[in-house]
Each structure stands twice: as C-alpha cells, then as structure tokens.
Design a protein. Structure first.
Length: 412
C-alpha cells in the first residue's frame, strides 16, 4: 500500500500560482503584499510567483499605489489579453453574440438576425455572429446556447426537430462545430445556461438545490442538485414542456414533438388565448400579461374600470394555477428549496404574478419552496454561456478546476 505522494516544488508552485490568479480575479488589482496576505505566501515566494506570472503573460503591472510618505507599491492585475472567449445564444429569430476577455470584461457584442428562409451553412452563420462582435484576438473557447438538449450518450442534438433547428442535425455536432469555427466549442441547453447565470450571480446565488422554470414562448426547466446541473440519461432533464398535464393533450394524441402537455397549457400562445378570453388584449403574450397586471393594479389604487380589473385578476389567477400544476409535479419529485421564475412571460407579470404562482403552488404541495424572480440583468442565456466559456478557458489557461465547469459538463 503506497502512502501519500509528497508535493514536488513544481506542484507547489502551480498551486501557489493558481491561488494568486484566483485572488486577482476575485479582488481585482492588488499589490504584492496584499497578494501575499490573501494567499498566505511569504514575501519572497509572492515576488517569485509574480515574476513567473508576468513572464507567462498572465499578469501585468497596473501602476503604483501611494502609501506612507516615500513609499509606493506596484499594483498587479490579470492580463485581460491572456485569452478571449465567445458566447452565442441561438434562437429561431436571431443569433446573439458576446465576446469577453479572460477577466470577464465584455469587449464586443453583435446580433445577427436569422433569415426567414434559413440559408447558408450553420458554421458560416455562427462564425458571422462571432466576427460581428469583433474579438480582439483568437478565441480560446465558445459556448453556444440552443433551444434543445445535447444527448451525452450520442453527441446528437435532441428535443428539437430539423424544422425547429435547421442544419443542427449533423453527426458529431460538437467536433464539427469546433473544426468549422477553429475553436473549442461547448453546446448547452439555453435554460440550463440561464440557471448557471442565476447560480453564479442571480436569484439562486448560494443555493445548491434549485429549479429554474423558464416560461416564455416555450416552457422549460433546469434542475440543479448539490450545486451540479442534472441532465438525465438523454440530456432531457428539465424538458417539462412535454410533461403530461391534466387538461392538456398528450403525445399520444398530438404527436411526439407537437404542442402537448404542460406547454399546451402554459406556453406563450396558450397564455395569450387565455387572457383574450378574459378581455385582456396585447400584441403578444408578454404585452398581454403586462396589460393584465396594470389593469389589476390600477383598480387597487382606486382608478380604472373595476369590472375590467377583476377580469384581469381572474386571468392572472388562471395563468398562475396552470403554472402551479406543473411546478407541483416538479416539487413533489425533487423537493427543491428554491424555484426561480424566468422568461418573458413571468417577468412581464413581475411580483404580482410570482405571488399568485407561489400561493397556488403552496396550496397543492406539502413542501413550500420559495419562489423568486430571475435577477440576472439582460439576456440570462447569454450571461450563462459567457460564464461557462470563461470557466472553461480559465481551466485551460490558469489550470483552475472550477465548480461551474463541473456542473455544466458532468451529468449528475
């Protein structure tokens, strides 16, 4: 039986280097004494470490900081040009691209509309979106968010038809995209990426077990257990839009990928029809939900049409009840401590709709998980894709082993 392997000088140097890089990423520019204090390293070790990192192009000087009379200290920071990463959010209507340096600072963005009649090769469209964001240098990693799920056993894209995502049904999808774009590529479900963003700096920060429900044109969910993304055997964990739900047609009647189950009751088109039946109008379901909230709140403040307000409140309660039925099934199986509500529909309803959903859910289940609205600003799918791209690039460039990488690439 062999004993523990002693730490070699090179291993100890690598550990120290990673510790210093981590505090520089977390804290920003620091002096050598500050780095030494935060990492527990001696002055000579910290000096040698910074010299190594400067020589490797990972750390650069960031000026000097004045201290006591006659004393100054050099300030060091991560070299932003050490690596660049790209993130893509692909939907039927557009491809949104974002490029950042290794520190996470966004240096370019671009939106490429998807033509009504998709033409050209898939790699060409993705490449054009990235080029439109004007990366300063070669990208080290690209993460692509899609409205589908990658089957970990086959590498093929599932839960989407060729009509939904034309050009994506190709053998060896990820290697083919990586070869075509000339950069390592990861393909991830869009709702999973939104959950990663909430976990990193949103409503789920500090919560190792939570479910994110995405309610928009379509319905989807992401499941995080023990801090790790749960994908299931085929990558379809969280594809709750297809979940059989009372009052909705099933796959047997409607077809495997047709509009059925939870989606048929709570997707954007269904919500728009429902609110119109209550006399609430809107150009689309998001606007209709927002109009319903405004109508209900105006009567509460003593203004507006009381009858119209009551109809709007009834419509919102109906939407909440439908959403709660699906969440009750999820809660009964997973017992999450937190449910994050995201997507255009629930964000249009805001706090009034969240309260209604929580009330309806707690009436149906023994567990009473907290419900919070998404707090990630902007596009949470793109934010999650960028977070994952940065983690993957930092793992390569800095030698990190970050939790987010494990959560996003290891099936639970």
């Amino acid at each position: 039986m062999s004993g523990p392997v002693p730490g070699t000088p090179s291993l100890l140097r690598a550990i120290n280097d990673r510790a210093a890089l981590r505090v520089l990423l977390d804290r920003g520019p620091l002096t050598r004494p500050e780095i030494g204090t935060l990492t527990g390293l001696s002055k000579p070790t910290a000096s040698q470490l910074l010299a190594r990192l400067q020589e490797a192009g990972l750390v650069v000087l960031d000026g000097v900081r004045e201290g006591l009379p006659g004393r100054t200290a050099e300030v060091y920071r991560i070299n932003p040009a050490a690596a660049y990463v790209g993130a893509l959010d692909v939907t039927p209507g557009r491809i949104e691209a974002r490029v950042a340096d290794i520190t996470g600072t966004v240096v370019g963005e671009h939106t490429l509309p998807t033509p009504r009649r998709p033409g050209g090769e898939l790699v060409e469209r993705l490449s054009a979106a990235l080029e439109g964001a004007s990366p300063p240098d070669r990208l080290r990693q690209v993460v692509i968010g899609v409205q589908a799920a990658l089957d970990p056993s086959t590498g093929a894209l599932g839960y989407a038809t060729a009509k939904d995502m034309p050009g994506w049904q190709i053998p060896g999808l990820v290697p083919a995209l990586a070869e075509g774009l000339g950069v390592p590529v990861a393909v991830e479900n869009d709702v999973n990426l939104a959950a990663l963003a909430e976990q990193a700096h949103g409503a789920a920060l500090g919560h190792p077990d939570f479910v994110l429900l995405w309610a928009d044109e379509g319905i989807g969910a992401a499941v995080v257990l023990g801090g790790r993304m749960h994908r299931g055997a085929t990558g379809g964990a969280g594809e709750v839009g297809y979940m059989p739900t009372p009052g909705a047609p099933t796959a047997r009647e409607a077809g495997r990928y047709a509009n059925h189950g939870y989606q048929a009751l709570t997707g954007g088109p269904a919500v728009l029809r429902l609110l119109r039946s209550y006399g609430v109008r809107g150009a689309d379901f998001r606007q209709a939900v927002a109009n319903a909230v405004r109508a209900a709140e105006s009567a509460a403040r003593g203004g507006g049409d009381a009858r119209r307000a009551e109809d709007a409140r009834a419509g919102l309660r109906d939407i909440a009840a439908r959403l709660a039925v699906g969440l009750a099934a999820i809660t009964s199986v997973l017992d999450p401590g937190l449910i994050v509500l995201a997507g255009g529909m629930v964000l249009a309803g805001g706090e009034p709709l969240r309260e209604l959903v929580e009330h309806e859910l707690h009436a149906l289940t023994i567990p009473r998980p907290r419900l919070r609205l998404s707090s990630v600003e902007g596009n949470p799918v793109l934010a999650g894709a960028l977070d994952l791209a940065l983690d993957l690039a930092r793992a390569e460039v800095f030698g990190f082993t970050p939790d987010t990488v494990r959560a996003a690439t290891t099936p639970a």
